[in-house]
Design a protein around this ligand. Sequence first.
Ligand SMILES: [Zn+2]
Ligand SMILES: [Zn+2]
Length: 361
Amino acid sequence: MSEVSAVVVREQGAAPAIESVELPEPGSGQVRVRVRAAGVCHSDLSMVNGTLRPPYPLVLGHEAAGEVVAVGGDVTRAKAGDHVSLNWQPACRMCWFCTHGQPWLCATSSGIPAVENGATIQGVPAYVTLGLGAFAEEVLVPENAVIGVPEELDWASAALLGCAVLTGTGAVRNTARVAQGDSVLVIGLGGVGLSVVAAARAAGAEPVIAVDVSEAKKALAEAAGATDFVVASDGLAKEIRGRTSGRGADHAFECVGRAATIRAAWRATRRGGQVTVVGMGRADDNVELSALDIFSSARTLRSSVYGNSDPDRDIPVLARDVLSGTIGVDHLITDRIGLDEVPAAFDRMSRGEGARSVLIF
Ligand SMILES: [Zn+2]
Ligand SMILES: [Zn+2]
C-alpha cells in the first residue's frame, strides 16, 4: 500500500481539499503511475457543482500523464519507467461498440463518472474520477488506461493529450472531418475549444472564427490560430454570415454545453452545414428547434464524445504532432499550479478566465 496526497471532494458543492489517500499495490492487470502533470478540466468542476452526480468521497482529476512506477501480474503494455498519458475511457475491445469501430462509446466505461478501485481514505472506500482520480501524487489504473508517449514530450503536453487535446482535435479530425478551406466557427474557448481552433487551422480551415463571452479570450484565440475573434452576442448569426460570404459557417463547434449556445451554433451555420456539440451540458437544459427548421435548413446536429477517438491510435499520433509543431499545446496552459490551488483554478474556470490550469508535481 502507498499513501499519497490527493484532491478530494466529500459531497456535492463541498470545497475540494487535500487528503491522504491509500492506494493498494497493483493487482493483476493494474499499473501504478506517479503523476507528473494533470490538467484541470471542466468535467472535474462538473463533478463538484451538480452538473454530474458522482458518488463521494471522490478523488478528482482525469487529464494526466506520468511515469509508471509499478505493475501488477499479467501486465504486458507497460513497465516501470515508461512515460504514459492516461486514458479515462479505455476500450474493452470486446463489446458491440468496440467491435464495430466505436471504442469511444465502449459499453463498459461510457457514462460512468467514478468507480471504486481499492483506494481508501482513512480506511473508507473512495471513488476515483473516470477511473483515474489523477489529482494525486500517484494513481492506480487498469493497464489499458495507460498509453506510452515519447520521453521527449513534456509532461504538461502529455497530460493535455489525454482529454482537452484529444477531445478538441478528434472533434475536428474524426467527427466533423473538417477539410481545407472550410469555414469554421468555434463557440467557447476553454482548453477544448482552443484545441478545436488549433486543429481546424492545422486542417487548413479558413476562416476559423473563435467566439467567447469575454474579450479577454482574444489573445488566446489568436495564439491558437483563430483568424477572427468575435464576442458572443444576440447578433452572432448575422455577424458570422457577414464573415462567410453571407452563407454561415460550414462547421460550428459548440464547446460550452448549453442549449443557448447549441442554438446559436445552429443558427450561425450555413444551409446544409454541420453542428458538432463538444461541450457536455445538463440533463434538464433542452434545445428547441422547429420541425420545419430541421428539415429546411438541412443541417446536421451531432455530438462528439471524447473526440470520437480511439486513444490507443490517436494519442501517439498527437504526441508526434506536438513534437513536430503541427499542433500547439503551450498556448492552452495559462496557469501552472500545485495541489492546493485546485479550488482557485475552479473559481477561474467558473468565471470563464484563462484556458488550462495544469498541476505540476
Ligand atoms: Zn476532461
Ligand atoms: Zn467496449
